[in-house]
Design a protein around this ligand. Structure first.
Ligand SMILES: O=C(O)CCC(=O)C(=O)O
Length: 265
């Protein structure tokens, strides 16, 4: 299975429509891949809080339309990163969009752990409340969806594994200031989940926040398959879905979990 992680820069001087077109062309250029992954909130910028409301869109908005058409033109599964979704009741969510190779919107995931400690995203957006996995028909794998700050919460990944996830796809807009955490947590989630982690971040600087870049693919044994640098770059990787079941069978740590222990009194 071939995956492409497209680490793009959210340039402040690039209008969102131009970026949508540029990213759609990048997706089309990867028509040899099975799965293409984009970063978090790339149409607006994960830290461009002042622009969230203006760029909010429904699930059939301009980003979804552009990405649906790019997925079907390329014939790929497309995790199109996330958008600022304006829900039917007007609330904003950080919502990931997963398209099938025919352009159909296959799954959405609303970010559960909002970043900002009562400010920024945490103040502007509503929390998602659903663990989301998706079988990728034809590829024989199930992906589990999480976004950026979610990477810090192992309990979410345990639930994803329990729901059958074998590939954990994490779009992000992770700051360079905490790049060490990003790399460490991506590997930790892969080791503890005995799953592939495909973590796709952004490059450059937007809203004054330098981005970490360093998108990374980690295998179920915790080995880094490929890692990007800080700039715009696409990681192209060939992955073996059988390695997930193989690792879980050969080193059955997940089987040895002890659940439901009482807390100390
Ligand atoms: O957890 C972090 O350090 C970064 C998280 C973040 O930037 C986000 O979720 O948007």
């Amino acid at each position: 299975m071939r995956a492409a992680l497209v680490q793009i820069e959210v340039r402040p001087d690039e209008p969102a429509d131009a970026r949508r077109k540029r990213v759609a062309d990048l997706v089309r250029a990867h028509d040899g891949a099975d799965l293409v992954v984009l970063p978090e909130l790339w149409p607006v910028g994960a830290f461009a809080f002042d622009a969230f409301a203006e760029h909010a869109e429904p699930l059939d908005g301009p980003t979804a339309a552009a990405m649906s058409s790019a997925a079907s033109d390329a014939g790929v599964w497309l995790h199109a990163g996330s958008v600022v979704e304006r829900g039917p009741d007007g609330t904003l969510h950080n919502t990931s969009l997963l398209f099938a190779p025919d352009g159909r919107l296959h799954r959405t995931y609303r970010k559960i752990h909002r970043f900002g400690f009562d400010k920024g995203e945490a103040a502007l957006m509503a929390r998602g409340d659903e663990i989301v996995t998706a079988p990728l028909d034809g590829l024989g794998v199930t992906v589990g969806l999480a976004t950026c700050y979610d990477l810090r919460f192992p309990e979410q990944f345990r639930l994803l594994v329990d729901a059958g996830a074998e590939f954990l796809v994490v779009p992000a807009g992770w700051p360079a200031a905490r790049r060490a955490h990003w790399s460490l947590l991506a590997r930790a989630r892969a080791v503890e989940s005995q799953a592939y982690v495909l973590a796709c971040g952004t490059a450059g600087t937007h809203a004054g926040i330098e981005q970490a870049g360093h998108s990374v693919v980690v295998d179920p044994w915790g080995e880094v398959v490929a890692e990007a640098g800080p700039g715009e770059e696409t990681l192209l990787v060939d992955l073996d879905p059988g390695l997930v079941a193989g690792t879980r069978a050969d080193f059955p740590a997940l089987r040895d979990r002890v659940l439901g222990l009482p807390l100390p009194r």
